[in-house]
Design a protein around this ligand. Structure first.
Ligand code: COI
Length: 359
């Protein structure tokens, strides 16, 4: 049960930050003027919901998030629509996924409808921060952390949920150009029965060692293999992964170790709408390399909220560099990138009801 109706108070700040130039936003470098916060404890449920000035938190050094890592988050975006409206893409799916992560991490669920209303209020208040440039958006980061000050290992009895927002451009410095991906065969991201499908901070913490090593060798990201055999493809550090083999679109199935990506789901549904055969199937790195070598692999790309669609131009596996699609962006990646961006900005019909209008 989710306790309490949510009364959201509004405390606007008059101290507004200077907005950044829109042509070089990068990702997550700038944070807007306001944020949404609410607290949870067993007695009151969710309470003290407030839209207020972006500010520091005061947390006890013994707050459980610092020690045992109960922290979950989401990423979604808001855009200016073609008609001047403000649109969010599939926000209900993000809030639902946050609640699934909460269940796995023994954290309280949020009231999705109420939080969506509060989110709309926050986005409307921050509307001047939504960038207008091509490919730019207001990135939204809902987050929940354990705040009880206690050192025994058990679920925290107090939590803080907050939403911060940031005007962003492309996630990768490559923009929409093909990325170089290092196939990781030493470190692993998630094991069956673990927390791989939860969007919890620890999954990202576990990935940074491999990421920094790959980046130091000139790669953009890491492609994770399964933890048991180091054989089957899982996902890329920031996104799910797709392959076009013999004109069919293949992606690893959701088996508990990979993130159930909302962009992944959008790609599968759009491809099906376009009469492209889609398969959610286990695929091994050996099969991918064989397909690249015999020419049947024509494209590979990642999908994620931050990165949208990121074409892969090259994989590196056990010291061998394998080019994909001649190192160029493939036609399906391009079509999906254009199609999703157009849809997100209300520039075409929305048959799956993915857009939520803020104003
Ligand atoms: C997102 O795509 O929204 C994510 O949360 C990935 C993160 C590493 C930026």
């Amino acid at each position: 049960m989710i306790k309490n109706e949510l009364d959201v108070s509004l405390h606007k700040t008059d101290t507004l930050k200077q907005k950044p130039a829109q042509d070089n936003l990068g990702f997550g470098r700038y944070l807007t003027d306001h944020m949404f916060v609410m607290k949870w404890n067993r007695e009151k449920g969710w309470h003290d919901a407030d839209i207020k000035a972006y500010s520091d938190f005061h947390l006890d050094p013994a707050a459980m998030v610092f020690h045992y890592g109960q922290a979950i988050f989401e990423g979604l975006k808001a855009y200016w629509g073609k008609d001047g409206s403000i649109l969010m893409f599939r926000p209900r799916d993000n809030l639902k996924r946050l609640n699934n992560s909460a269940l796995r991490m023994c954290m309280p669920r949020i009231p999705e409808d109420k939080v969506l209303q509060a989110l709309k209020g926050l986005i409307y208040l921050e509307r001047e921060w939504i960038p207008r440039g091509d490919g730019a958006a207001l990135y939204i980061r809902p987050t929940m952390i354990a705040t009880e000050a206690a050192l025994g290992l058990r679920p925290s009895e107090e939590y803080l949920f907050f939403i911060i927002t940031s005007p962003v451009g492309a996630y990768y410095s490559e923009g929409f150009n093909p990325t170089r991906i290092y196939v990781e065969d030493t470190y692993v991201r998630a094991v069956p029965g673990g927390v791989g499908e939860a969007k919890t901070a620890g999954n990202y913490a576990a990935s940074v060692k491999a990421l920094t090593e790959a980046q130091s060798k000139g790669f953009t990201q890491v492609l994770w293999l399964d933890a048991l055999e180091h054989k089957y493809i899982e996902e890329v550090g920031t996104s799910n992964i797709f392959f076009v083999i013999n004109d069919e679109l293949i992606t690893p199935p959701l088996g508990g170790t990979i993130l159930p990506g909302i962009t992944r789901d959008s790609v599968l549904k759009l491809a099906a709408d376009w009469d492209i055969t889609t398969r959610e199937e286990r695929i091994s790195i050996d099969e991918v390399i064989a397909a690249a070598k015999d020419g049947s692999l024509t494209e590979a790309f990642g999908s994620g909220t931050a990165a949208v669609i990121s074409p892969v131009g090259e994989f590196s596996y056990k010291n061998e560099n394998i080019s994909v699609g001649g190192g160029k962006t493939g036609p399906l990646a391009q079509r999906l990138f254009d199609g999703i961006q157009t849809l997100q900005r209300g520039g075409c019909p929305d048959p799956h009801d993915w857009l939520v209008r803020v104003a």
